[in-house]
Design a binder for this molecule. Structure first.
Ligand SMILES: Nc1ncnc2c1ncn2[C@@H]1O[C@H](COP(=O)(O)OP(=O)(O)OP(=O)(O)O)[C@@H](O)[C@H]1O
Ligand SMILES: [Mg+2]
Length: 254
């Protein structure tokens, strides 16, 4: 990596990466990513401490590690929800620190789908309305929205509950709605932070098997944090984190 360069408009430090370091098959690449939180004067937390990963297009990777090891921080940097202290994130060979606000918003809205542990469904909207929301924000045509919402609600097996409010759905059903919502814009990347954290093991396995099927069918790149070893092994590769670092990479039989 070359010397760090200050990006005027965003006030971030962005590392320049040589073209030869970019993997043509990568969907997500990070280079020596660090994130330091300054809690109080003189006290620093290194949430990420030099993370370099390379995730290929269409790959399904899980991230595992103890609480506080930096998993969510890593996903937030990759999803452009937060800025690293140093290092670089490349999505599809583009350095996200070089994107302006519009490009970053587009990246989050159109290229990346997010699934969070607590679903984050809008309580006053029906399952259908929750799923259509990102497409409405993205300004997709009405017919396309209708077609996709129906398609993905069907795919996650929840179409018959489309008019239910989140409070009228079980946890597993709510998570299915959240998955349909993350997928409906047909993002090339799916980022899931403990998508099964609030579900029992059986339902969790079912949801992640569904993600794996979709990953194979739609060739989406999936990065998923999980605490559950059974769930983790459904991915093709497991990145193990500790103290802000990747300490091991394991390839599964998938
Ligand atoms: N906004 C913040 N301000 C200060 N410290 C933070 C902030 N966010 C995270 N941290 C710290 O950074 C470290 C990594 O946190 P992170 O949330 O990434 O962990 P995690 O691996 O996702 O943990 P968990 O499994 O509990 O979700 C922790 O020590 C945490 O306390
Ligand atoms: Mg976390």
């Amino acid at each position: 990596m070359r010397k760090a360069k200050k990006s005027e408009e965003q006030g971030l430090i962005s590392q320049e990466v040589k073209d030869s370091e970019l993997d043509p098959n990568a969907m997500i690449q990070t280079f020596d990513l660090t994130k330091i939180y300054n809690i109080t004067e003189g006290i620093e937390i290194r949430a990420l401490n030099g993370v370099s990963i390379d995730i290929k297009k269409g790959e399904f990777v899980s991230v595992m590690g103890p609480s506080g090891s930096g998993k969510t921080t890593l996903l937030n940097m990759i999803g452009a929800l937060d800025n690293p202290t140093s290092g670089a994130v490349y999505i599809n060979r583009t350095n996200i620190a070089h994107m302006d606000d519009t490009q970053r918003t587009n990246l989050r809205l159109k290229q990346i789908g997010f699934i969070f542990q607590f679903y984050n469904l809008v309580p006053v909207l029906s399952a259908y309305e929750n799923v259509e929301l990102p497409m409405v924000f993205a300004g997709r045509p009405k017919e396309e929205i209708e077609r996709n919402v129906t398609k993905f609600l069907n795919l996650v097996g929840i179409i018959e509950k489309k008019d239910h409010l989140p409070s009228e759905l079980s946890s597993g059903e709510q998570q299915r709605v959240a998955i349909a919502r993350a997928l409906c814009n047909e993002p090339s990347i799916l980022i899931a932070d403990e998508p099964t954290g609030e579900l029992d093991t059986k339902m969790g396995m079912e949801i992640v098997k569904l993600l794996r099927e979709l990953n194979l069918e739609l060739n989406q790149t999936i990065l998923m944090v999980t605490h559950d070893p059974m769930v983790g092994t459904l991915a093709e590769r497991i990145l193990k984190m500790r103290d802000g670092k990747i300490i091991a990479t394991e390839t599964t039989k998938n």
